[in-house]
Ligand binder design. Structure first.
Ligand SMILES: Nc1ncnc2c1ncn2[C@@H]1O[C@H](COP(=O)(O)OP(=O)(O)OP(=O)(O)O)[C@@H](O)[C@H]1O
Ligand SMILES: [Mg+2]
Length: 262
């Protein structure tokens, strides 16, 4: 049996066209993120081989795959953290090769694998560092973060380094949200967390959708990804080998066996 391939292609607006995307109430068939023929390299090592996919406004897309399949490298390529070639279009604008801070300022938030909190700063100071432009016009305030995660409010004056793994994960997510992104790329947020906390992280990611924020969720755990995502992508050996709904992935025993199960 061959894998199901469900792809949607839409026409891009002219370069620089103004788009109201990613805000509550906005709707569009134009992807906010469109990746085509993306190749990435670590020195001479060619790691991504023509990756292509799209993310639409308010969509949760899971990027699945085994260890070493190229999921984190895809995130790093989008964020300008690895050498790459190909098309990365953000709201119609080519951003391949942009520096990480430029990409962040354009509205893509990145939560890397290693939860890089500042351990000697307090929870509150960590959140402050996530703000852009003093938080003016941001959809998110400190109070929103503390309302979403009361545990962080309780620990707001505590050094972040002493938080539990789950609390640190919540803090990195909140710090990224403070920068008011339209898309969050979050790399294995549930790694090392207890099942109850995994469920909580899933619920919070889903609640971002209600605010019009798109999520590219890099995961290895199928359960959370299948439960909260609108679409799933599967990577194998640096290429996308499947795109479809969680239901179509569930039904596709070939893809799961060949590219996901360990
Ligand atoms: N800094 C690096 N230098 C050289 N090769 C790297 C580097 N980082 C990753 N690679 C290689 O690139 C390939 C893709 O790795 P990547 O980190 O993107 O995988 P992944 O899907 O995120 O899996 P995991 O997170 O489980 O490692 C792997 O073969 C990996 O060994
Ligand atoms: Mg990774």
């Amino acid at each position: 049996m061959t894998p199901t391939l469900v792809t949607s292609r839409t026409t891009l607006p002219p370069e620089g066209a103004e788009l109201r995307l990613g805000r509550p109430g906005a709707s569009s068939v134009t992807p906010i993120l469109q990746i085509d023929n993306l190749h990435a390299y670590y020195g001479k090592s060619h790691v991504l081989h023509g990756v292509h996919f799209e993310v639409h406004a308010g969509e949760i897309v899971a990027l699945l795959g085994r260890n070493g399949s190229g999921r984190s490298t895809t995130a790093k390529a989008i964020m300008g953290l690895v050498d790459c070639q190909g098309d990365i279009r953000w709201k119609g604008q080519q951003i391949a090769g942009h520096k990480a801070y430029e990409v962040a300022h354009l509205g893509i938030g990145y939560v890397p694998e290693n939860r890089d909190i500042f351990p000697t700063l307090t929870v509150h100071q960590n959140l402050l560092l996530g703000q852009k432009g003093k938080g003016k016009n941001s959809r998110w305030s400190f109070e929103d973060m503390y309302a979403m995660f009361p545990r962080l409010k309780e620990r707001q004056h505590t050094e972040a380094g002493v938080l539990s793994g789950g609390e640190q994960q919540m803090l990195t997510l909140c710090r990224t949200l403070m920068g008011d992104p339209d898309l969050i790329i979050i790399d294995e947020p549930t790694e090392g967390l207890a099942p109850k906390i995994v469920e909580l992280v899933g619920q919070y990611l889903k609640s971002l959708k209600a605010k019009g924020i798109s999520v590219l969720l890099i995961e290895q755990k199928l359960t959370i990804a299948m439960a909260i995502s609108d679409r799933a992508l599967v990577m194998g050996h640096g290429s996308i080998v499947f795109q479809g709904t969680p239901d179509s992935l569930r039904a596709d025993a070939y893809t799961r066996k060949e590219w996901l199960e360990v």
